[in-house]
Design a protein around this ligand. Sequence first.
Ligand code: G1P
Length: 297
Amino acid sequence: MKRKVTKAIFPVAGLGTRFLPATKSVPKEIMTLVDRPLIQYAIDEARAAGIKEFIFVTARGKSALEDYFDCAPQLEAELRKKGKTDLLKILKATNMDSGAIAYIRQQKAMGLGHAVWCARRLIGNEPFAVILPDDVIAAERSCLQQMVDAYQETGGNMVAAMEVPADKTNAYGVLDVDQDMGQMVSVKGMVEKPDPDTAPSNLAVIGRYILTPRVMQNINRSKQGAGGEIQLTDAIAQEIENGGGVYGFRFKGQRYDCGSKAGFLQATVAFGLAREDLRGEFSEYLRELMCHAKAAE
Ligand code: G1P
């Protein structure tokens, strides 16, 4: 048995400029898919995978995130008084155990690798997960859970992976595949945001990682990489050179890029349609909309 992964880092320090003006006062991670903030999906996925300690790397202007995970005694009392037990249950499902959450500030936006490194003292000498809440993954068995299962076999370092269109490699970390075993690939190199003509493949890293503490040490020595930022991808690639195993895991599920407006809208539609209480009315509306659009053509 490999050592259990019980700690996860959630890098949430980004400014979310792509969603201005909303993100002027609302952290991107609090924006809602149907009725739940993005961060709640990430937390639920981590919990399902057995994570017990949740480390948020935040920044100025993100206090709404801390409030979100606090208890809401007034609200709870009000709902109890009114007998709204369903809502009370929904509210309580968001409560976190005391001491299960830690907040660390990334003082300067120096990249994803640097954000992860900010949590080094809380990670210590243990394997850890990283979840990027922008990547929302709808799956029967949560993506991180699938990875934790696979990790029991492989150990080492594991990144979620997905084929992307060949002309989109410059938006992702991209894997140089050594052996392709189907769901799992072993990796001999990783490049952050390569141009399509130099990319080693179109197998891209999606925002779920299980990493060894050695990656943390590598970040410490990392120089600025793509975009002038300290990249997590480079610290993982360094681990390959050090002889540590790195695997890509093709997860089962649908990934939505909620860091982009189009992706966020697609996720909204998909999650809306997946909800029993909304499906009827919402799908009816979408059908009508499509009919009007076709008629107008
Ligand atoms: C980050 C990582 C990149 C990864 C991507 C997945 O990039 O640096 O390797 O492929 O997340 O969403 P970002 O989207 O933050 O630029």
